[in-house]
Design a protein. Sequence first.
Length: 95
Amino acid sequence: MKRNLENVEVYTSIDKSSCQVINLRKSIANLIYNHGNGLGLEGVALSTKMWNSDGDIDYSEREVEIIRSVVERCCAPCVIEAVEHIFADSKEENK
């Protein structure tokens, strides 16, 4: 599935009255590279793919699983919600 992590709306207030548009692609690539313990070369391949790509990137189901896992472990709740929103329909596609 193709997804774009470059222009992500991240809410900065709990009532969702304000947000920032953030480029998360390289930040998540670095998180996977630095905190993807146990991923080995799979983590290196995904982080490199994300770092070197622009715009929409085609992610496999496993890659989405890795992204979600690392974001949930390492990011603030506002970023977790934003990433979940981007990948939400991937759960529907797999039903």
